[in-house]
Design a protein around this ligand. Structure first.
Ligand code: MRU
Length: 383
């Protein structure tokens, strides 16, 4: 099941960077008109950034939250250590492990509050909680072992780096496996943005596209604009342009026509949460594409890392669907597009039933139906 990527394979896109003591997010709200960074070094800024979709895409949200928690852990450690030193009039050396434990409980309480704030920002992407749980586990273990707070924060930082690096590697593997499914000259549709901005590095669905392109497969891509936030026209088209991959923007309502007139060979999207039976939540409109693809006998694939699987859910019925502000539907780039008092409905995601999915491309290989079996096997491979 392996195919090595060519040397010319580009590194993709990073949605965040750490510069000294600053945590910077690529401001995805501004692309493609402007490439700039948003400073999310403070906890409140990170909470805002995820809610407002400065950073978005399930894996990137998880990675950003992990770094946000690592930065918060550093801040808490410095503050509490300072307080403890002043309160007890101790030198750093005199501050024994036992005394630090006093600060440890306060640290843990504040860290958990920060984690809870982040968990509540976006409910559908399971990668968010997956990443914050990992961060909490590391911090809990360090506090339990009476590790000094500053070191505890450093362990949290290393965990955030590990989460990022694992995603970069997972995306590379996904791209590798997925590109084997792409035929020479294939014409693909993708929805929303499942590129490096959304998942770090190569991206997931867009990583597969990148890999196929760099393997010289002469592919072309139709990008759904993806109303209401237009991640397709703004972000996917931008990423495709960076790598000079032949691409064409379409309105979401055009995919049926393209499929029925024989212009599409494959559909590939990312996912925000995948249940144990393969039912997959992704950006609103993905389900429409999957139904159309099924009707036209065009393979529909999901590309996602194992961090997107929710092993607690038997099927997709209980996947929480984020409902976002009406304004995203009532306006485009801030300009009203309907009558003044119009009501709008804005579910951010829909669930594609497993039976419409030809395969789920993960870092451990391409999972095929029966997903209940292949997903269980994949978890075993990972662990
Ligand atoms: O609301 P968004 O932009 O965060 O939604 C993103 C998607 O639906 C992506 O397709 C999904 O997160 C997969 S990203 C690799």
């Amino acid at each position: 099941m392996s195919a090595s990527l060519t040397k010319s394979f580009l590194p993709g896109v990073m949605p965040l960077k750490v510069e000294g003591d600053r945590l910077l997010l690529v401001d995805q709200r501004k692309l493609p008109l402007e490439f700039c960074y948003f400073d999310a070094s403070e906890h409140e800024q990170m909470v805002f950034a995820i809610k407002d979709m400065v950073v978005r895409g399930a894996p990137s949200i998880g990675v950003a939250a992990a770094f946000g928690l690592a930065f918060e852990a550093r801040r808490l450690a410095q503050e509490l250590t300072r307080q403890e030193l002043t309160r007890q009039e101790l030198t750093k050396e005199e501050l024994t492990r036992d005394k630090l434990q006093l600060g440890g409980l306060t640290f843990l309480r504040a860290f958990t509050q920060a984690k809870d704030d982040l968990d509540q920002t976006r409910p559908t992407a399971v990668n968010l909680r997956w990443a914050t749980e990992r961060m909490k586990k590391v911090v809990l273990a360090a506090i339990a072992a009476q590790v000094p707070l500053v070191q505890c924060a450093e362990q949290a930082y290393l965990e955030a780096e590990a989460i990022l690096n694992e995603h970069l590697a997972a995306n590379l593997a996904i791209s590798n496996f997925g590109s084997e499914l792409v035929k020479n000259g294939a014409r693909l549709i993708t929805h929303c943005n499942a590129g490096g901005l959304a998942a770090c590095g190569y991206g997931t669905a867009l990583g597969v596209i990148r890999a196929a392109h760099y393997q010289g497969k002469n592919i072309s891509v139709y990008a759904d604009e993806t109303r209401p936030r237009n991640q397709g026209s703004k972000l996917t088209m931008w990423e495709l342009a960076q790598d000079k991959i032949p691409s064409t923007l379409i309105c979401d309502s055009m995919s049926g026509h393209l499929m029925s007139s024989g212009q599409i060979d494959m559909v590939i999207t990312g996912a925000d949460r995948i249940a144990r039976n393969g039912d997959s939540a992704n950006k609103i409109g993905t389900y429409n594409l999957a139904v159309l693809a099924h009707y036209h006998k065009i393979p529909f694939y999901i590309a996602a890392p194992l961090s997107t699987f929710d092993f607690d859910l038997i099927d997709g019925k209980n996947i929480p669907i984020e409902e976002r502000e009406q304004n995203e539907v009532l306006t485009i780039n801030g300009a009203p597009i309907t009558v003044p008092d119009a009501q709008a409905y804005n579910p951010g995601f829909d669930v594609t039933p497993a039976q419409l999915i030809a395969g789920i491309i993960t870092e451990v290989g391409v999972l095929r139906p029966d997903y209940s079996l292949s997903i269980t096997k994949a978890i075993g491979l990972k662990n």
